[in-house]
Design a protein. Structure first.
Length: 482
C-alpha cells in the first residue's frame, strides 16, 4: 500500500534504505539503487561519489489508494479528540498492540510517538460532555400515591363517626381547635425530625419524635377538651390528636405501609356504610382499633430507630426556633383547609387525596431544576428554564385538582386557589425558604377568616400569585438548586 497523505522524509523507503540513510549526514546523497545499499560512503574517493540528484523522500500515492493513517485517525477520533497531550494517544496505541513494523511499514512513521503527535494534530479537540450524575430527586410515583392515600384516608374517620359527633358550636370549635393545634405542632415537629434524620440518622430523628409526638398529642387533646368540654366530642378530638401524632412518626420514618395497615379498620367500616349501618358500638370499636394500631406501630418504630447507629448525639440538632415558620405554616394551612371544608367538604377530600401527586411534582421540579443547570449557559437562560418548570409543575397539579370538581359540576376556582397556595408554599419550604410562605399563608388565613365566604377564593388567589412570584424570584437563581 502506498504512503499516507502527509509523508515524512524516508517514509516510503525500504528498511535497508533507512539503515543506509542513518549512516550519512542529513542531505548527504546516497548510492542506493533498487533498494540495495551501495559502497560509496563518507570515506570513499571524491570521484567515486555519484552526481545524481537526491532521491525524493516521499513516494507518490496513487489517487485511488486509501490512506491507512486516515482510517486510524477515524477509528481513534474519540480518544484523540479528548486527549490533552499526544502521550495519551501513544499510551492507547501501545495498549492496542501497535508494533514498530506496522508503524514503519503500514503508516510510514518512524516511531510510536510520531504517530501519536500527528494524530493529535489531525483530530480537532472535542472533549465529550461528562455523563450526567444520577438524579438525587428521582422518586417512585407509586410511593407518592401511597403517601397521598395515607393523607386522604383518615378523612373517612369523620364519615364513619358522623353519628358520634355532637352538634353545637362549642363542640365543633373544640374539634377544630384540636386539629389546628395538632397540625401546627406536627408540621414543626416533622421539620425538626427530618433535619435530624438527614444529619444524625434514624436514631437522632427518633429522639426528637419520642419527645415531641406525645407533647403535641397532649396539647391537642387539651385544646379539644377546653373548648368542647368532657364528652364524646372531646374523646373524638383525643383520638384525632393521637392518630395525627402517630402518623407524623410513621411518615417521617418512612413507614407509610404501617400507617395504611392501621387505617384498614376505618376504611373497612366506611365501606360497610354503603351496605348497612354498623351501629355506634361497632363504629367506636373500629375507630379505637385504628388509633391503637397507629400508636403501637409508631412506638415500635421509635424503639427500633432508637437502637440504630447515629453520627450525632441526641443533644445535637437545629434550634427550636428554626421549626417555628413551619409550625405557623401548618396552622395557616389547617385554617384555610377547615374554612374550605365548611363551604365544600368533598373538595377538601380531593385536596387531601391529591397530596401524593403534589409531593411527586415537588420532586419533579427539583429534577427539572438540575437539568436546567446542566443545559443553561447564562443566568437569564437558567431563570427562564426554572420558571418554565415551575409553571409546568403547578399547572399539572391544578389539572389533577380540577378534574374531580368538573365531574361533580362544581366550580373549581376556590379549590384551585387553595391548592396553588399550598403547593407553592411547600415548594419554597422544600428549598429551605420558610418565612415567606408562612407569612403569606398566615395573612391569607386571617383575611379569609375576617372577610365573607365569597371573598375567600380571591384572598387565596392573591396569596397564590404572591407565592408564585416569590418562587420565580428565589428559585430562578442557580445557587438555590445546588
Amino acid at each position: 500500500m502506498s504512503g499516507p497523505l502527509r509523508l515524512l522524509p524516508g517514509a516510503g523507503d525500504t528498511a535497508q534504505q533507512h539503515a543506509a540513510r542513518r549512516r550519512f549526514p542529513a542531505g548527504w546523497p546516497d548510492n542506493t539503487t533498487d533498494g540495495h545499499v551501495g559502497q560509496a560512503g563518507p570515506h570513499a574517493p571524491a570521484d567515486s561519489l555519484p552526481t545524481l540528484a537526491p532521491r525524493p523522500l516521499r513516494r507518490p500515492r496513487p489517487s485511488w489508494a486509501e490512506d491507512p493513517f486516515d482510517e486510524l485517525a477515524e477509528r481513534l477520533a474519540d480518544v484523540c479528540g479528548a486527549a490533552v497531550h499526544p502521550d495519551e494517544i501513544a499510551a492507547v496505541l501501545e495498549s492496542d498492540g501497535l508494533t514498530q513494523e506496522q508503524i514503519t511499514g503500514r503508516y510510514g512513521r518512524r516511531d510510536l510517538f510520531e504517530v501519536a503527535e500527528e494524530l493529535y494534530e489531525r483530530v480537532p479537540r472535542r472533549f465529550p460532555d461528562p455523563e450526567p450524575p444520577p438524579d438525587p430527586w428521582r422518586t417512585s410515583p407509586w410511593r407518592c400515591v401511597l403517601r397521598g392515600a395515607v393523607f386522604g384516608l383518615p378523612g373517612l374517620a369523620y364519615v364513619l363517626g358522623a353519628g358520634l359527633l355532637a352538634s353545637g358550636t362549642g363542640a365543633i370549635a373544640g374539634l377544630a381547635a384540636s386539629a389546628l393545634v395538632a397540625w401546627a405542632w406536627n408540621q414543626g415537629l416533622a421539620h425538626r425530625a427530618y433535619v435530624r434524620l438527614a444529619s444524625g440518622g434514624r436514631r437522632a430523628a427518633a429522639h426528637s419524635l419520642r419527645v415531641g409526638a406525645p407533647v403535641g398529642a397532649l396539647a391537642a387533646m387539651a385544646a379539644g377538651l377546653l373548648l368542647s368540654g368532657p364528652g364524646t366530642m372531646a374523646a373524638f378530638a383525643a383520638g384525632q390528636a393521637l392518630y395525627l401524632a402517630a402518623g407524623t412518626v410513621l411518615l417521617v420514618l418512612g413507614r407509610e405501609r404501617d400507617l395504611l395497615l392501621a387505617l384498614a379498620p376505618t376504611v373497612a367500616g366506611a365501606a360497610s356504610l354503603l351496605l348497612w349501618d354498623p351501629g355506634p358500638l361497632a363504629v367506636t370499636a373500629l375507630l379505637l382499633v385504628t388509633v391503637a394500631a397507629a400508636v403501637l406501630l409508631a412506638a415500635r418504630e421509635i424503639v427500633r430507630s432508637g437502637r440504630a447507629e447515629s453520627s450525632a448525639g441526641p443533644g445535637n440538632g437545629p434550634p427550636v426556633a428554626a421549626s417555628l415558620p413551619y409550625a405557623l405554616f401548618g396552622l395557616a394551612a389547617g385554617a384555610l383547609t377547615l374554612m374550605a371544608a365548611s363551604a365544600d367538604g368533598p373538595a377538601v377530600v380531593v385536596l387531601t387525596l391529591s397530596m401524593g401527586v403534589a409531593e411527586w411534582l415537588l420532586y419533579r421540579y427539583r429534577s427539572l431544576g438540575l437539568a436546567a443547570l446542566r443545559h443553561s449557559t447564562t443566568p437569564k437562560g437558567f431563570q427562564l428554564r426554572a420558571g418554565r418548570a415551575l409553571l409546568l409543575c403547578l399547572a399539572g397539579y391544578l389539572v389533577v385538582l380540577a378534574a374531580p370538581t368538573l365531574i361533580r359540576g362544581v366550580s373549581p376556582g376556590p379549590l384551585l386557589a387553595l391548592g396553588a397556595v399550598l403547593w407553592t408554599a411547600l415548594l419554597l419550604q422544600a428549598f429551605g425558604t420558610a418565612w415567606p410562605p408562612a407569612a403569606v399563608c398566615l395573612a391569607a388565613a386571617v383575611g379569609a377568616a375576617m372577610g365573607p365566604a365569597d371573598v375567600r377564593p380571591l384572598v387565596c388567589g392573591c396569596a397564590a400569585a404572591a407565592l408564585v412570584l416569590i418562587s420565580y424570584a428565589l428559585l430562578g437563581r442557580a445557587t438555590a438548586h445546588r
